[in-house]
Structure formats: C-alpha cells, structure tokens
Design a protein around this ligand. Structure first.
Ligand code: AMP
Length: 532
C-alpha cells in the first residue's frame, strides 16, 4: 500500500507551524525521501496545490458550490474506512478533472463525497486547501527545489538546471527520490522552461548590474515561442510549453526557410502583424496563436512575424551552459538576418537611452537587457535578463470579484488584485479595479471566474488564484485596508495575461521596493514608515 494522506496532512500542519525556511526545507526533505518515487511525485503536486493536469495546466474546475454540496451530504458513516492514500486522492482528482458533459457535476460531487468520507477533520482541512489551490503553508516552487537539493546533496544551481529541463516539478522530485537526476539532459522535442527577465527601471542600472556592458534588444509585445527542429520536422511550444505547431503553420514555414542547422532549439517571440507589417496589439497575437479552427484563414488575415533571440542547442551540442555572447554568435551563424532580433551592445547610458527611445517609437514595449556572460537559466533569477518598460505596470492575479451594478449588472466586474508574497507563498491583495475591459471581455471573465469560484460573499465571489492580468497604475500608496499594507492607485487592466500563471505575478517584495523608489522623484508623506 502506498503512503497515507494523513502523513501528508501532518507534514502540512508542521510546515504551516514554522516560519523558518530552513526548517521547512528539512521537513520536506525528510518526508519526501521516505516515499517511493511515484508517491513522492504525487505528494509534490498535492503539496503545491497543483491541479492534476500539471503540464496542460487545466484547472480542476471544481467550484465551491460543488464542494459544499459534497460536504453537506457527507454521511457520518460509522463504518471503518480504509485510510486515504496519496494515490487514492490523486486518482480521484484526476477523475474529477477529466469529467465533462451532462451529469458531470453530480459525478464530481459523488467522487468528492467518497474522498471526504475517508478524511479525518484535519485531513479534510488539507484536502479543501488542495482543492482551492491555496495551501498557505509557505511552500512554493523555489522552496521545493531547495528541498530537493538538501535531500540529494546536489548543488542548488544543478537542481535548477534539471528543473528547467524536466519542467515538471513532480517528475523532478520523482527523479530525485529515484536517484536519477544526473541522467537528465536537454533533448530535442522536449521543451524546457524559458529564461525570463526581471524588472528594471533604469538603463544605467542595467549596465551596472551587468558589469559595465549590456546587450539591448527590443522587447517584443507578443507570445514567446520555443522552436525545436530536426531536418524538416519543426515543433513550436509556448512559454507554458504547450505544443502549438498546428496553429502556427506560417511560423513553421518561416523556420524551414530561415534556419540552416540540421537540428536546433531556438528561443524567440512571435507578433501578429497587419498587411503593412506593423505590430498588432498583444491581445490580437494571443487570439491568433490561440486559434485552433480555420487556421489558414487566420494566417491570411493576421500573419505572425518571428523574432529569434537565443539558441539552446545546435547540431547535437547543448548550449545552455555557454555564455549568452557565445550562444548569440552561434545563433547568428545559423539563422537569416530577417528573423534575428536586432541588438546593440552598450556601455554608455546615453546610447542605451537612445536605443530605448527608438525601440519605443517603433511600437515595442521596451527593451530587454542581457548580460553577455550569462548562461541560460530558467525563470526570473539573478537579474541576467532585465526588462525595461517605460510605464508603471504590474502583473497581478485576480483572487475575488464583485458583482457589478447598473450597466454592469449580472457581471463580475470589480476585481480584487493580488501580488505574490514570496515569504509566505500566499497572495496579498493590493487593489481593485473595474476598468480596462470591453463588455465582451467582462462577460467572458464572469464565466471564467464563476468556473473557478471557491466561495461566495454578499458582494461577489472568491476565486482560485489563476487569472493573471497586467495592470497600469498611477501610484503605490500605503493602505490601512489591505493586509499587504500597500494599494495601487487607479489600477486598470491593460491586458489579460493568459500566457502567465499565478506564480509569475509580481511580488509584494518588489512592490515595497517600488513604493520606496517613488520618493526619489517626489516628497515622502510625513507619517511614512517603511511598510516592510
Ligand atoms: P514579461 O512578459 O513582461 O514578464 O517579460 C518577459 C517576456 O518578454 C518574455 O517571456 C518574452 O516573451 C518577452 N520578450 C520580448 N522580447 C524579448 C527579447 N528580446 N528577449 C527576451 N524576452 C523577450
């Protein structure tokens, strides 16, 4: 028999009870190393509150009303039940995730009931948290990687590298417990987690951080693509590693005609353009890339322009551990100029400012500054890539929504926006907005929000933190209302970031820095104290 769920619930309680990062790492590692590799994989997903279709990121789609119906009907059986195992719970969640069509709600309720029936009070609490996706015990992806490093004695950098290649945290833990981390390498047609950029507000800072010289590229306002090719075979993956090859035949054709290597893994961005070649707004690119039907018609109306900026693998050689400068050189030798992202290596802030200005005039979002010495690392770490955008923008996740009034009656139209508190792993509300969406978008948003509802209040609903939006704001203020201590003034949605997951939103820690930085340009309120 596999490991019991009660042990996991006990671990969760201990994790919640300590605020020490080191203690959490030890607890996790001691727990995981006792499990079979298969159970360790499941435990990892459950601990992170991830839905069963982890790669496809399909939400669990079980709303609060389904859960409460199952809870209310929970029979008070006196029969001795078999203890719930990790595998039982996981296969039930998978079953729920795959239920569709008529009668699926009743079937979901039945499966939930059978889980709840086998839970003690304490276990039930943690099952409910797993269902809501918010564990609140302070374990996030990064901490899990630390636990893997601690458990295996491996270098944390090495673990991060493997994580980028495997791109499935459960699978990574399974490999770690099975002692198989060393065998992992980048392989063609197995997409890896992309490198991301950290925010930076000034070009001169970027130059300093990168050691006195940096490489600037336009920041394209499009959709990230990872291209794997071998001969005529081409596959294209998104930032979340969904295979979108069938939806972008135009990009496949461009790649075939513009890349001279026998095999390669390339990193870039696609942007929808109009007939004159001008970039279309981001939402159009998202729509084009998301389109699965009548693809050829869409290709004709809204072709995609491809920009390549990195190479991870060329003709059998893995390049991710080579410095960016070398990767770029290798890239230039295998792709045609017209798909290569232009760049400018700069030392001097004035030249950098000029480049930024030019790029903005061309309609791009800003620039990305890249450290010439940096190896390719997953996610947003170490400030090796820095994005510089002019306006004040933040990525936030919607955690609740209020019913609208008047013209917006019947729609969930006022959204509670949250950033990620990196210290606790939970989401901290920093503002609300009902601005920025079209009527059609309000309607669609209402449907989406209701499908991820976790609770009802007199004003609206609370939801699973899943929908990421980019907001513009005028100022960050101190707030006595929000626990975070900060609030965004005049927040408005500039776009829905369906390409991002909730763990990719901006952090409370960054917001605190931005709050302080505001006073470089203006006076500080008299009673101001650091909200951190
Ligand atoms: P953000 O989406 O604001 O977090 O910024 C990071 C994203 O910028 C990446 O995921 C890329 O999709 C995008 N991006 C646009 N242009 C570039 C570029 N030249 N280099 C790297 N990333 C880029």
């Amino acid at each position: 028999m596999g490991s019991s769920f009660s042990e996991l619930a006990e671990l969760c309680r201990s994790l919640e009870a300590t605020s020490s990062r080191n203690a959490k790492v030890r607890l996790l590692s001691e727990y995981l190393r006792r499990l079979s590799p298969g159970d360790a994989k499941i435990a990892t997903y459950l601990l992170l509150g991830l839905p069963p279709d982890v790669r496809g990121r399909r939400p669990l789609s079980v709303g609060w009303s389904t859960i409460s119906e199952a809870l209310n009907q929970r029979p008070t059986s006196t029969l001795v039940q078999e203890p719930l195992t990790l595998q039982d719970l996981w296969s039930s969640l998978r079953a729920i995730a795959s239920m569709e069509g008529s009668g699926s709600r009743a079937r979901r309720v039945a499966v939930l009931q059978s889980i709840f029936q086998r839970c003690s009070r304490d276990e039930l609490e943690w099952v409910l948290r797993i269902l809501s996706g918010e564990m609140r015990h302070g374990v996030n992806h990064g901490l899990m990687l630390e636990a893997v490093a601690f458990m295996t004695g491996a270098d944390p950098e090495f673990v991060r590298r493997v994580d980028m290649l495997v791109n499935d945290i459960g699978e990574l833990v399974r490999l770690a417990v099975a002692g198989e981390l060393r065998g992992v390498e980048l392989r063609l047609f197995q997409p890896v987690r992309p490198m991301l950029a950290e925010m930076c507000d000034r070009v001169e800072d970027a130059i300093t951080i990168h050691g006195g010289v940096t490489s600037l590229e336009p920041k394209y306002d499009g959709v990230r693509v990872q291209i794997h090719l071998e001969g005529q075979r081409v596959r294209i993956y998104t930032r979340r590693l969904t295979d979108i090859t069938e939806r972008v035949p135009d990009v496949v054709e461009i790649v075939r005609g513009a890349v001279s290597a026998g095999s390669a893994v390339l990193d870039g961005e696609v942007v929808a353009v109009d007939e004159t070649g001008r970039a279309m707004p981001f939402q159009e690119t998202m729509r084009r890339v998301g389109r699965e039907r009548d693809v050829l018609e869409a290709v004709r109306r809204l072709p995609l322009k491809l920009w390549i900026f990195d190479a991870l693998y060329i003709d059998g050689e893995v390049l991710i551990d080579k410095p960016y400068e070398e990767r770029r050189r290798r890239l230039e030798s295998i792709v045609k100029q017209d798909i290569l992202a232009p760049r400018l290596v700069v030392r001097d802030p004035a030249t950098a400012e000029e480049f930024l200005k030019r790029v903005l005039e061309q309609g791009h979002e800003g620039v990305v500054a890249k450290d010439l010495r940096s190896i390719y690392t997953p996610g947003r770490r170490g400030a090796k890539w820095l994005k510089l955008k002019p306006a004040d923008r933040l990525d936030v996740v919607i955690v609740a929504a209020e019913w609208g009034h008047g013209r917006r009656k019947g729609w969930l139209s006022n959204y509670h926006l949250a950033v990620l508190d990196e210290e606790t792993g939970s989401f901290a509300v920093v503002g609300k907005t009902f601005k920025g969406l079209t009527d059609e978008e309000f309607q669609q948003m209402t449907e989406r929000l209701l499908s991820i509802k976790t609770g009802e209040t007199e004003w609206g609903v609370t939801v699973r933190p899943e929908i990421v939006v980019e907001v513009a704001y005028n100022e960050i203020q101190k707030s006595p209302h929000y626990e975070s201590g900060l609030a965004l003034r005049f927040a408005r949605i500039v776009r829905i970031r369906s390409d991002k997951g909730p763990l990719e939103v901006d952090t409370l820690q960054r917001l605190r820095t931005l709050y302080q930085r505001q006073f470089e340009k203006k006076g500080r309120p008299i009673d101001d104290v650091d909200p951190a």
